[in-house]
Design a protein around this ligand. Structure first.
Ligand SMILES: *Cc1c(COP(=O)(O)O)cnc(C)c1O
Length: 401
């Protein structure tokens, strides 16, 4: 399947008649039909990791599909609540839960938390006691494998997410009477495209997690496996099959002996339903390379600079011209502003638009929009077949002070 469908190409072509700067388009109809089957099973409860794309209309679509919401900041929480979603459907993960943030979450009605440190456990208990409420708590675990042993993750780099089993071991659960410890959370992989590899990874995590719950003296009712389900960013990438994933998850649920399995999906939920249209500024030949300079770069799409993985790119206009390999550069005065190497028709010119696909997750809000004072991109949605602007383009004079 091409990354840019014919109807979307048509819609974006029409929008380029009124827009002169880069913009995003989110296909909410496609998104809803992708999401609905995901929740139609009884193996895993699904939360939407809001950081992947916090746009109001995207959150509303996840709501329609039956997802609950995983947030990691007061800003994300407020955005979810503004879409008329009840706080009882919110889960709070994240390494930086200040006392002040915890107070805000409790006062808004959030009751489910993933604790990532001893301090978080302490502070959640204090705040819950003060509010005279009980909280549901999952402890976030960061696993390592002994030197020399086969490590499914291929590396042991330390992250701020959760604590090792040894560090959790000393927690005295009965000293936190306002907290109801229901489960464990583990998530330390990303953009995985192979079900067998994921299944193997999850399976290796079950024994140490069961042992930890037993040592801490609580019943492991919930196992939360985070996110990390991948989407293809090039035509040669594999693609996950939901039914195969569900089969693998059902086995993990049985072997972990839990009553509930949870996941928070970001990329896999929304990644394939966003596109970014970007005008070509000029084409030039430099040494032996064809270079394209485009209007928007890592100021609107940072991900290629931090992962070195490009978003797939298509020329908006149909062209039968012979293809070239192009290096694509954004407008920022840093060599980091590079959107990848792409094979595109040789007749591209300064009137053309390129479309980058798979930009529905980790697109605009992950980026660095203010650097060099370019325009902020407009955001459009397609819903019930109609195109609507959710956010207008903004000039630097609108946001600089
Ligand atoms: C970012 C994040 C996710 C979502 O990850 P994806 O790989 O986009 O699915 C899930 N859980 C937590 C705690 C996260 O921080």
């Amino acid at each position: 399947m091409p990354f840019l469908s014919t109807p979307l190409r048509q819609t974006i072509t029409e929008l380029t008649e009124q827009e002169h700067t880069p913009f995003f388009v989110y296909d909410l109809d496609g998104l809803l039909s992708h999401l609905k089957p995901l929740t139609e099973q009884s193996v895993v409860k699904l939360w939407y990791a809001v950081k992947a794309n916090p746009l109001s209309k995207v959150i509303q679509t996840l709501d329609k599909a039956g997802f609950d919401f995983d947030v990691a900041s007061s800003g994300e929480l407020d955005q979810v609540l503004r879409q008329d979603i009840d706080a009882s459907r919110v889960l709070n993960t994240g390494p930086a839960k200040s006392k002040r943030q915890i107070q805000h979450f409790l006062s808004q009605g959030v009751r489910t938390f993933v604790a990532e440190s001893h301090n978080q456990v302490q502070w959640l208990n204090e705040a819950a006691t003060e509010h005279d409420i009980q909280l549901r708590i999952l402890l976030r675990v960061q696993l390592r494998w002994p030197e020399g042993e086969k490590n499914p993750l291929g590396g042991d780099s330390l992250t701020p997410f959760g604590l090792g089993t040894e560090q959790w071991q000393s927690l005295q659960l009965d000293t936190y009477p306002a907290l109801n410890f229901v489960g464990l959370h583990i998530f330390q992989w990303g953009n995985m495209l192979c079900t067998e590899k994921l299944a193997q990874l999850w399976a290796q995590m079950v024994p140490p997690l069961k042992a930890l719950a037993e040592n801490l003296g609580f019943t492991l009712e919930v196992l939360d496996l985070g996110g990390g389900l991948g989407i293809p960013y090039s035509e040669n990438d594999d693609q996950l099959t939901w039914s195969a994933l569900i089969d693998a998850l059902a086995q993990i649920k049985t072997s972990a002996g839990v009553t509930e399995l949870w996941m928070e999906l970001g990329r896999y939920a929304v990644g394939e339903f966003g596109h970014y249209a970007n005008p070509v500024v000029e084409k030039k030949q430099n040494y032996n390379e064809h270079q394209l300079i485009v209007s928007g770069g890592i100021n609107h799409l940072l991900r290629p600079a931090v992962t070195t993985q490009a978003f797939p790119c298509t020329l908006l206009r149909y062209s039968g011209a012979t293809s070239h390999s192009y290096l694509i550069h954004g407008p920022l005065c840093t060599a980091l502003d590079h959107l990848g190497r792409h094979t595109l028709p040789g007749d591209i010119n300064a009137q053309d638009w390129l479309v980058f696909s798979q930009c529905g997750a980790y697109g605009f809000t992950e980026s660095m929009p203010y650097f060099l004072c370019h325009e902020l991109p407009a955001e459009y949605v397609i819903e019930h077949g109609e195109v609507r602007q959710v956010r207008a383009m903004q000039n630097a004079s609108d946001y600089l002070r």
